[in-house]
Design a binder for this molecule. Structure first.
Ligand code: ADP
Length: 729
């Protein structure tokens, strides 16, 4: 190889090396530039990050200080809360879901009297054990184990019921435990010792007050009995005195004694009833009874005062309504007596009408009975009507001051209706009249499938004669409901021209111009043979009249449905015109006298009863007590017995019970004579085996009625011909 060649090769190699160097230098430069940029970016990032770190640090510091403030606040709140919890008198504790105590205030712990183990950490089960082992809690007759079990069971309930514990020192703690989230329990132990003691004191006071009230009631009952017995004597004797020959002045004195005595008895009854209801001593005695009859009996008692004033008494008892119900007859009668009595008292002209309607629910066998007592009297001012059922409420005005009364009647009535779960209301227009209504739901005693009473089939056309529109329209309605066609006239004269084609005449007795008897006589004189039934509020007067023979029946007003239909049927079957109204009294021939035994310890009452019965043709014997009544029963075998209820040695109920055991004792009718509502006298009278009861003062009409109902077939009629059976007084 030549040198030149070598040199050129070296040159080429050098050139190549130089080019490579240049290339590497360019690369190095580019790499350097990139590195520089990266370094710049990095330093920028570092600056940014540092700034961020700074801001986070500041924020952290703020958060930390906020947290410190919040912690401080929490601490203060917790301190305050605990301070409060610790200072409250009632015990307070927390338990976790395992029943371990988390915290408790001193009051809670104080019950355990410094026992060291009772502190946070102790379990509820152990607490109960300590309570029983140390005798801290009074557990009564249960065993410790049972008591703890009961407490544990309660504790595990979702909502543990409150429980009252009695502690050894006589204090009472009421535990109220509440389950929170996660099963924690907050337990509150309230010290209710004062409340319990106060309650006990109140109960003691209440018992004392009740005992005092009972003593007062008993005193009232005894007092009233003591007052009632002589008062009955006063009233009864005054009544008898009035039957003797007296001068006008003497008659006035005697009737004043009688009226004042009756008024006083009424007041005593009201006060007694009121105090009885007040003392919640009044017990209802439901028994089967006839509502319609009950209304008519009340009407009969009020009839004399109504007649005196010229007021008509009317009963409109729905023809399709049952009459036999189960209820406290005595109390329902009392309600009726008060409402109808008030209506008569506060009415001087027009009428008093008792309407009875109702709805029977066949599936329950109950009937919703509505009774309304309407009058055309003085009415009640609108501003007084709201207070009318309150105590001692009399509508105070001049017109009213003339009327006697205690102002207790309506308040007693309302309470009785409330007691029977009924409703009572009033509606009144001053000077026009009032309507008092009540509603009772009563079980029906009769067979609901029974048809209402029916008219005999021959009665298609009926002539109704009455001068009073209200009476006419009631009879018209009743006859029409039974399917008859009715013609009605307001006077006897008008009726004379309307008798053709009628099958029956229903006529009022007292009418201006021509009365019912005169009308019948005129018709008979003309040869008219249509049966006539006469309606009168005083049938005794009619029965005494010789013209009475023209009639086929006499009905006492207000007329009960049963009487109306029975009399119509009798009249249709009767011969015209000789038929007389013959009561179901037996013939006199060959018969003995009716025997009546009266057991009555009070001599005055014996005298009154003796005088009342003096006009009757009977054999009467008195017994002074229950024992004597028993002896007399065996000795005389009476046809009926009047039995006083409260008698010494053996009372009327016991005597009745014993008579019922004797041969023939089950059949003899026994009528209780009782003072009204004394000490529960009326309660259980009928359940003691007595058939009826009459309240004192004894009234002639009621006694005669009772006797008339029980005249035996083989006895003579005790009522003398001239003595009408129903004197109507
Ligand atoms: P008493 O009749 O004994 O005064 P009540 O409680 O029975 O007591 O009646 C209270 C008052 O209500 C009566 O005094 C009378 O003013 C008024 N009152 C009651 N019923 C009627 C009535 N039918 N018409 C007018 N006022 C009546």
């Amino acid at each position: 190889m030549t040198l030149a060649h070598k040199l050129s090769e070296e040159r080429r190699a050098r050139l190549a090396a130089e080019r490579l160097l240049e290339l590497k230098q360019a690369e190095l430069f580019a790499a350097n530039r990139k590195l520089g940029k990266h370094a710049e970016q990095l330093s920028n990032e570092i600056v940014e990050t540092r700034a961020e770190v700074d801001s986070v640090r500041t924020e952290n510091q703020k958060v930390r200080s906020d947290l410190e403030v919040a912690n401080e606040k929490i601490e203060i709140a917790e301190r305050r809360l605990w301070h409060s919890i610790e200072t409250i008198q009632d015990g307070f504790a927390f338990f976790d879901s395992d029943g371990r105590m988390i915290a408790a205030n001193p009051s809670y712990l104080s019950v355990f009297d410094g026992l060291e183990e009772v502190q946070p950490g102790i379990t509820y089960a152990r607490l109960l054990q300590v309570l029983t082992d140390e005798g801290i809690v009074h557990i009564g007759d249960t065993s410790s184990a049972d008591w703890r079990k009961a407490m544990q069971d309660r504790w595990h309930k979702k909502i543990p019921p409150p429980v009252v514990l009695r502690l050894w020192n006589g204090e009472y703690i009421k535990l109220l435990d509440q389950r929170g989230h996660g099963g924690d329990i907050v337990s509150l132990a309230l010290n209710i010792t004062d409340t319990v003691r106060y309650e006990a004191k109140l109960k003691k006071e209440q018992k004392r007050a009740e005992a005092a009230s009972r003593a007062k009631s008993a005193f009232l009952a005894n007092m009233s009995h003591e007052i009632r017995t002589p008062m009955n004597g006063v009233v009864g004797m005054a009544d008898l005195l009035l039957d003797t020959g007296l001068s006008e002045e003497q008659r006035l004195f005697a009737s004043t004694i009688k009226n004042s005595g009756e008024a006083l008895l009424g007041i005593i009854n009201d006060v007694l009833d009121y105090s009885k209801i007040e003392a919640e001593k009044l017990i209802l005695r439901p028994e089967p009874f006839d509502l319609e009859r009950c209304i008519h009996e009340v009407m009969t008692l009020l009839q004399p005062s109504a007649r005196e004033k010229g007021i008509v008494l009317i009963v409109d008892y729905d023809l399709f309504l049952p009459t036999l119900f189960v209820g406290d007859q005595g109390r329902i009668r009392q309600v009726l007596t008060n409402l109808i009595g008030n209506a008569v008292k506060f009415t001087s002209k027009g009428h008093v009408m008792v309407r009875v309607v109702g709805e029977t629910h066949e599936h329950t066998g109950h009937c919703e009975v509505h009774v309304a007592v309407e009058d055309t009297g003085i009415g009640i001012p609108a501003d007084k009507i709201d207070h009318i059922f309150g105590e001692f409420n009399q509508v105070e005005d001049e017109r009213n001051r003339a009327f006697e009364g205690t102002g207790l009647g309506l308040s007693i009535t309302k309470r009785l209706i409330d007691l029977m779960q009924g409703k009572i209301w009033v509606d009144s227009v001053e000077t026009e009249g009032s309507a008092f209504g009540f509603q009772l739901t009563l079980p029906v005693e009769e067979d609901l499938g029974l048809n209402p009473p029916a008219l005999p089939s021959v009665v298609r056309n009926v002539l109704v004669v009455d001068d009073r529109e209200v009476n006419r329209s009631l009879l018209e309605k009743q006859m029409q409901q039974m399917g008859a066609t009715v013609v009605s006239c307001s006077s006897g004269q008008a009726a004379m021209d309307r008798v053709s084609d009628v099958d029956l005449i229903l006529t009022d007795y007292g009418m201006p111009g021509m009365d019912g008897l005169e009308l019948t006589e005129a018709l008979r004189a003309r040869g008219c043979t249509v049966p006539v039934v006469l309606l009168s509020s005083d049938p005794a007067r009619v029965q005494a009249d010789p013209l009475m023979n023209n009639l086929q029946g006499v009905l006492k007003k207000p007329v009960s449905r049963r009487d109306l239909f029975r009399k119509i049927a009798d009249a249709i079957n009767a011969d015209v015109p000789e038929i007389t109204e013959t009561p179901e009294l037996p013939d006199k021939v060959d018969q003995r006298k009716m025997r009546i035994l009266a057991a009555e310890d009070n001599k005055t009452n014996q005298l009154v009863l003796g005088k009342l019965l003096k006009t009757l043709d009977i054999e009467l014997r008195f017994a002074n007590n229950g024992f004597e009544a028993l002896e007399a029963f065996e000795d005389m075998q009476p046809d009926m017995i009047f039995m006083d209820i409260s008698m010494p040695k053996m009372d009327g109920k016991e005597a009745t019970g014993r008579i019922r055991q004797k041969p023939g004792g089950t059949d003899v009718p026994i009528v209780a004579l009782t003072a009204h509502a004394v000490n529960g006298d009326e309660e259980g009278i009928l359940s003691a085996g007595l058939d009826h009861y009459l309240t004192k003062p004894l009234r002639k009409a009621a006694i005669f009625d009772m006797i008339a109902q029980h005249i035996p077939k083989h006895a003579t009629n005790p009522f003398p011909e001239e003595e009408p059976r129903q004197s109507g007084t």
